[in-house]
Design a protein around this ligand. Sequence first.
Ligand code: FES
Length: 378
Amino acid sequence: MSSEGQNLPSDAELAEMDRDQLVKLGTRLDGVELVDYPEPWPVKGTRAEKRAERMVALWFTIAGLAGLGFVVSLIWWPWQYKAPGESGTFLYSLYTPMLGITLGLTILGLGIGVILYTKRFVPNELAVQERNDGAGEGSAEIDKKTIVAQLEDAGSRSTIGRRSLVKRTVGLAGGALGLGGVALPVASFIKSPWKGKPEDTLWHTPWAPEYPGEPVYLRRYTGDSHTIDLVRPEDLDAGGMETVFPFHESERNDPERLAETFVRSDTPVMLIRLRPEDAARVIKRKGQEDFNFGEYYAYSKVCTHVGCPASLFEQRTNRILCPCHQSQFNALEYGKPIFGPATRALPQLPITVDAQGYLVARSDFIEPIGPAFWERKS
Ligand code: FES
């Protein structure tokens, strides 16, 4: 705003001016001419005006209720994993959709409410402004006063002050959204995912034998969770990769456990058969020199960055790729990260072949799989 070269009122005159006069003065100082400045609702209290107000309030109410629904879902919805067939599986499967639907509806409702209010109640003036090259000058007292008057005028003409229904509903929607914002980081401290589980849960996976010496077979998924298809070395071509899951003999007649291995997040393992020329170049990790079986190497499929499935194996470079944030791991060097945000190697599963020629795990992983957590050392 520039007041240079204009016929300006004195301080005393300025103090006497009401808001309308200050608004006009402010626009004149800006070189703006208000060609048309209509009241959105020249006749107060019409049915159309009330309908418009109710419509705005309706969207803010929807946003508020959806926001409360988000908080309730986040904290009270049964979110703990349930295997297929267990009671509560259906409610568990709705946890993530509920969060998405309620949060999406909150933001949508607020957005539509604000747009409707702006279209129906904020004056839609027509103004013409001269091009102003005086940008960058400091603000004089007169500029400050006229700007404040213009802002107050905009607020007043939008009639928000006398629309208590809109104010209450927008407060509900904003409050619910704010509550959701607070609940999001706090909720994880209210419910412990490890309640009722052994304290060392994070250190073990279903690859651990249930009794000393139990063979844990490498099993492939055929599309039918009840089919038991065990993996032999000759099933893989050189340079090939297959995802495998643990199988214990004790699961054979237990349909629930047979299916559970495919939906758990800590079971998938990448079984890789290196090409002979690549296998000759392998660098093994200290203490894990005998974890492979010949050209066969088994790595946890859970990315050590934030736990996505690192399931792409590039045969030409022997790199394992995680699609989430592009971490790359070198299959020729104990799954060591060589690109991207992951900083830890993919844990390697010790494997061998049993007397019947099936690939089996020799033990569980010797370190926790997946992303780091506070108590872990490796
Ligand atoms: S989860 Fe794999 S790179 Fe981020």
